[in-house]
Design a protein around this ligand. Structure first.
Ligand SMILES: Cc1cc2nc3c(=O)[nH]c(=O)nc-3n(C[C@H](O)[C@H](O)[C@H](O)COP(=O)(O)O)c2cc1C
Length: 133
């Protein structure tokens, strides 16, 4: 809030334990970097650290902090994106299979990997209509 900045660091499935720990412990009384062995790295464009070991990072300038009561919603402008080369496909774009991120399912408090490729967005919706004719 003070520095008007935040980062979003997306972990791969291999770091699910450290990620869960970061959600359980509080920085108010625990050094989560020290406890997990993860490394804080200085951002290029904003005054907030990111997680060096995680393959995808968004650096954000804080635009709005909206008090919702139980939570505060932060809205930011993405000013830099970093991706590890190992998470990129042959064409240089992000490959979700190589990134290997995971989802949190709040209903039963579980984590799941992303499933297999389904289809091309902005495209399969129209192809399917033509086939039905
Ligand atoms: C699996 C999991 C998911 C969480 N999701 C959220 C969330 O979406 N929003 C939120 O405000 N807190 C969420 N939390 C709680 C925060 O992670 C927790 O309050 C935070 O780690 C407190 O750390 P801090 O005091 O250093 O900010 C989640 C915790 C866990 C374990």
């Amino acid at each position: 809030m003070e520095r008007k900045a935040f980062t979003v660091s997306i972990p791969s499935a291999g770091h699910v334990n450290e990620t869960d720990y970061a959600g359980i412990a509080s920085g108010r009384n625990t050094d989560k970097w020290q406890a997990t062995g993860l490394t804080p790295e200085r951002s290029a464009r904003v005054d907030a650290p990111y997680v060096a070991e995680f393959p995808l990072v968004l650096e954000c300038r804080l635009l709005h902090a909206i008090e919702l009561g139980l939570h505060t919603r932060f809205i930011g402008e993405i000013v830099d994106v970093k991706a590890e080369e190992s998470a990129l496909g042959e064409d240089g774009s992000l490959d979700i299979g190589r990134l290997d991120p995971f989802l949190y399912i709040p209903g039963n408090r579980t984590y799941y990997r992303i499933g297999p490729y389904l289809g091309k967005a902005h495209s399969i919706g129209t192809g399917f209509l033509k086939k039905r004719k």
